[in-house]
Design a protein around this ligand. Structure first.
Ligand code: ZN
Ligand code: ZN
Length: 583
């Protein structure tokens, strides 16, 4: 199997080939950037007025197969900067890059393969004609130049390539499965959520059935966190700007926040992009003693972030979300123990949900770019040391990521993997030594001296929006019974059995089971099919025999018949399944 680096080189090399094919078919198209990505590559083009659709992909692929025959190598091409600028004089995108590289005194290099020459930093395979074989172009999308709405909208062509046909086939099959499990598709079919352009992009409207899932998860989080020593609080969705200047989010984070509203006295209010400062003000509402610590304040807090419109994606990437948030205020001596407990809480949640594959990502500062971070060296070292110590006490794999720390400290993210192998960053955790000082938080220690508490940030279940989108994919919409919006569908075989069916339905509801009755005058097969499409865990089929014997015939959503049971026996079974959160 190819190593990651080889695969990245193979993919990036194929993006050159894509650009060569596109410019050969549409000589006016301007190639911009073409990096490898997870599972493939893309290349962004300015096609000017030409519209490219997925129907064009076959033609482009054919061209790629044809051109690659003459691609014996990637040759670094030596030219003066002047000549390079001249070469790309009609491509304002490449010129912009060249000028930036020039300003930063970076090497400016071009590579040639076949007749195609591109501005590139390198990272190629040796023999494209031999190695670029098992590829496929996948889709076409719009993408702004350098991700900013202020720039031109380009056309992005996605593709993938593997070292063998077998790996490519497996990937394409997985992709088909992922399409079937797409949370936007299932969310619509099962009537879980909607997004309305009138309300605004990225703002989720939870429909009654989706809201049941959301409330069940929230109820579970509340019960669990109460047992784990958390106290619940509620904070408003907006706040005056001063709070974010104290935290440092203003002005640095301004582009990620909704524009401010003006109050009567001219003061500015912002929708909150995170809950931390609000919780800090609750901490600060009275004098705290060491005896109160650790103080764990929890809230499903609603936050708003003005994500670029091109980044929005169903419920996965949104502009408004409710976060399973908490801040733990503790003494420095308690920090490691508390952080270990936070990681154990994650494990408990994930185990209950059958999420067995996850790992940690420790995000550290980029030592060559210190401008991005606060400058207290000792604090960075200490925070990193404490988090490493805590991570060493749990048995979870950890990888490091340089350069993705927050400006105020390192962080540990949980990355979880769905049943079809896709990974999602779900929860960010920090031992934060910085904000306590910024907010002038204090507690009185044993000797009567004022000290600054350590703050732990955590959100094991992420936000409702992202987490439930993940769960939809993880289970393909087949939620376990405790989370299913409708747990039982009662299906009378004919109208004759309707009154018996109604009595069964009433009894289920009396026992706290979410049940629906299919009263339509339809054939049983049609009723069963509709309940299966809705992925309802149990169907109770009621005919003359069941009515006479006062039983219910139980059918699972996968089609498995469990035979006839007394209604009490069925209720006992399903209640147990719900209470144990059985998967
Ligand atoms: Zn290249
Ligand atoms: Zn926080």
């Amino acid at each position: 199997m190819a190593t990651k680096n080889n695969l990245d080189n193979l993919r990036h090399s194929t993006s050159h080939l894509l650009a060569a094919a596109v410019t050969s078919l549409w000589p006016n198209a301007k190639p911009t950037l073409g990096p490898p990505i997870e599972n493939g590559f893309y290349y962004d083009f300015d096609f000017a007025d030409t519209k490219i659709s997925e129907e064009d992909l076959v033609k482009i692929e054919e061209k790629m197969h044809q051109l690659v025959k003459d691609w014996k190598e990637f040759r670094r091409f030596h030219e003066s900067i002047h000549a390079i600028k001249e070469r790309f004089k009609d491509n304002q995108y490449k010129l912009e890059l060249i000028r930036e590289f020039e300003k930063d005194n970076q090497d400016i290099t071009v590579y040639q393969s076949g007749n195609f020459i591109d501005l590139c930093r390198g990272g190629h395979i040796d023999n494209p004609a031999k190695e670029i074989k098992y590829f496929k172009l996948l889709s076409v999308a719009g993408a702004y130049w350098r991700g900013s709405e202020k720039n031109t909208m380009l056309t992005r062509i996605y593709g993938t390539i593997f070292a063998t046909q077998k790996e490519l086939d497996k990937y394409l099959a997985d992709l088909e499965e992922a399409k079937k499990r797409d949370h936007r598709k299932i969310g619509k079919e099962l009537e879980l959520f909607t997004i309305s352009e009138e309300v605004g992009p990225g703002l989720v409207l939870w429909l009654p059935k989706g809201n049941i899932i959301k409330e069940e998860i929230e109820k579970w989080a509340k019960e669990t966190e109460e047992a784990w020593g958390y106290q619940r609080v509620t904070t408003p969705n907006i706040t005056k700007s001063g709070l974010y200047f104290t935290s440092g989010h203003l002005p640095y984070y301004k582009d990620d926040m909704y524009p401010p509203m003006k109050g009567e006295g001219g003061e500015e209010y912002y929708l909150k992009p995170m809950n931390c400062p609000h919780h800090h003000m609750i901490y600060k509402s009275k004098v705290r003693s060491y005896k109160e610590l650790p103080l764990r304040l929890a809230e499903y807090g609603t936050c708003y972030r003005y994500e670029a419109s091109g980044e929005l994606f169903g419920m996965m990437r949104v502009r408004g979300f409710s976060q399973n948030d908490s801040h733990i205020y503790c003494t420095p001596e308690q920090a490691v123990g508390e952080f270990v407990n936070v990681m154990r809480l994650h494990e408990y949640y994930y185990k209950t949900l059958g999420i067995t594959e996850y790992h940690l990502v420790l995000s550290l500062r980029d030592p060559t770019n210190k401008k991005k971070y606060h400058g207290d060296e000792d604090m960075w070292k200490l925070a990193e040391g404490l988090m490493r110590e805590a991570a060493g006490k749990v048995d979870i794999k950890m990888v490091e990521d340089i350069g993705s720390a927050a400006f105020y400290g390192p962080k540990i993210d949980f990355v979880i993997r769905s049943s079809i192998g896709r990974e999602f960053g779900i929860s960010t955790n920090q031992i934060d030594l910085f904000m306590g000082k910024r907010f002038n938080l204090k507690y009185v220690d044993k000797s009567g001296k004022e000290e600054t508490p350590v703050i732990i940030h955590r959100a094991p279940l992420g936000s409702h929006e992202r987490f439930i989108a993940f769960l939809i994919e993880h289970w393909g919409g087949n939620f376990p019974v405790w989370l299913s919006p409708v747990q039982v569908k009662v299906l009378p075989i004919t109208d004759k059995n309707l009154s018996y069916a109604k009595s069964v339905w009433e009894k289920l509801k009396e026992n706290g089971i979410r049940a629906e009755l299919d009263e339509r005058n339809e054939r049983l097969q049609a009723k069963i099919r509709d309940a299966q499409i809705q992925k309802i865990p149990y169907m109770l089929i009621l005919g003359d025999k069941e009515e006479k014997e006062k039983t219910v015939s139980v059918r699972g959503r996968s089609g498995k018949d469990s035979g006839a049971l007394s209604i009490d026996k069925f209720i006992g079974n399903i209640r147990k399944e719900i209470e144990t959160k059985s998967l």
